[in-house]
Design a protein around this ligand. Structure first.
Ligand code: PMP
Length: 428
């Protein structure tokens, strides 16, 4: 790994950072094995991508078969069945029983951009609302939607215009000001809707985009009622409601999509990451009349819905549906919340434990306060890494430790990883 680090530093742009200075040789069942033979416990899934587990057997078989048939034709030139099959599954699996269509792309950011294009074409309005702490990508339009400056936006402007930001429901931090804010999402939604109404005006607004559980922003789960109130305001005002489920989708939270827990059906839903077990694929799925509203050939791209990535998605969907994976995500939630809850009871530096399914986080604060503690978070990550446990941090204040284990991980490995974490925390 040291040798590869030397080569990386002379060949790869230094602007591409890495979390751990070890190099992967293979990964399976919640373990990443590095080129020196070290085995790490994977509580990150490549940032919520290998949700069903790395190189999952149905995915490997489907990819091998497809790559031997053809690797690319460009769907816009000579289409193929795999793309259509993925679209059919997406239309079936996403919330809402109305007629839907899907379009496939490569990355989460690219799909978010397309969702905005579609919403603007449909409504013929320019403005888009995103929320505090949001993360939607690193392309120019998605940087504008993303909230956090460092490292995502700083120095990369000017950004796309007609993007506005509204206040989020952040139960832990809202609750420090007034307890009711932590539990009454309708109140937090009214605060956001006042900003939207008064500063933008519904008549100018194409879309509201939100992550049902925020990812990079800190695994924030809005208070109950927040999302349904926003959703119904959008319906009443002809505004397209877009759920960015790039991180929270595809079984991660114990449902196929996090929206299902809120009982809402978005007009458009953006997916990527967990959709294809690591192959680059993303999608926009939604109401047929919205998805069909741009002119013919208005959407597309050379690689969007690549046949090998589609084969991987079909293997992933089969695995999620046939192997009880959604229940497994709920088991992981119980195990992790129990362990982290017990840690929190003994350590007032853990301000909050939250999340759903295999998307769980703890918010670290200075002892006896609610002041974010990014230094402790960094030290805890580094300590866990040194002991062979891969954990990731996130959050606007850099003080959230997030856990995204693959659903293929065993309870034993999870416990081992959490034992290490508890030990490292006790020593800090
Ligand atoms: N939206 C959300 C919610 C995400 O978590 C991410 C990636 N972290 C993106 C969009 C962007 O996805 P990609 O990195 O594939 O462009």
């Amino acid at each position: 790994s040291q040798e590869l680090t030397g080569r990386r530093l002379s060949a790869v742009s230094h602007a591409v950072g890495v979390t751990m200075p070890v190099y992967c040789a293979r990964a399976y069942g919640g373990i990443i094995e590095d080129v020196d033979g070290n085995r790490l416990i994977d509580l990150g899934s490549g940032i919520a991508v290998t949700t069903i587990g790395n190189s999952s057997p149905r995915v490997v078989d489907a990819v091998r078969e497809q790559v031997g048939e053809f690797t690319h034709t460009c769907f816009m030139v000579t289409p193929y069945e795999g793309y259509i099959e993925v679209a059919e599954h997406l239309n079936r699996l996403t919330p809402g029983s109305y007629e839907k269509r899907s379009a496939l792309f490569n990355s989460g950011a690219e799909a978010v951009e397309n969702a905005i294009k579609i919403a603007r074409a449909y409504t013929k309005r320019p403005a888009v609302v995103a929320f505090d702490h949001a993360y939607h990508g690193r392309t120019n339009l998605t940087m504008a939607l993303t909230a956090k400056s460092m490292p995502y936006k700083s120095g990369f402007g000017p950004f796309a215009h007609e993007i506005y930001r509204a206040p989020l429901s952040y139960p832990y931090r809202d609750g420090l000001i007034d307890k009711e804010w932590a539990t009454n999402g309708e109140l937090a939604a009214e605060r956001a809707l006042t900003v939207i109404d008064k500063q933008i005006g519904a008549a100018n607004l194409a879309a509201v985009i939100i992550e049902p559980i925020l990812g990079e922003g800190g695994f924030i789960v809005p208070a109950p009622g927040f999302l349904p109130t926003l959703r119904s305001w959008c319906a009443d005002n002809g505004v397209v409601f877009i759920a960015d489920e790039v991180q929270s989708g595809f079984g991660r939270t114990g449902h196929m999509f996090a929206c299902e827990d809120e009982g809402i059906d978005p007009d458009l839903i953006v997916t990527a990451k967990g959709i294809a077990d690591g192959l680059p694929l993303s999608a926009v799925t939604g109401r047929a009349e919205i998805m069909d509203s741009p002119h013919v050939s208005g959407l597309g791209g050379t690689y969007g819905g690549n046949p090998v990535a589609c084969a991987a998605a079909l293997g992933t969907i089969q695995t999620l549906e046939m192997d009880g994976m959604l229940d497994r995500a709920k088991d992981i939630e119980r195990l992790m919340k129990d362990r982290l809850g017990r840690l929190q009871a003994d350590d007032d530096r853990i301000g909050d434990v939250r999340g759903r399914g295999a998307m769980i986080a703890m918010e670290l604060v200075k002892s006896g306060t609610a002041e974010p503690d990014p230094e402790l978070t960094k030290a805890l990550c580094a300590g866990a890494h040194a002991q062979g446990v891969l954990v990731l941090s996130c959050g606007t204040f850099g003080n959230i430790l997030r856990f995204l284990p693959p659903l293929a991980i065993s309870d034993e490995l999870l416990h081992e990883g959490l034992d290490v974490l508890a030990e490292v925390l006790a020593g800090l």
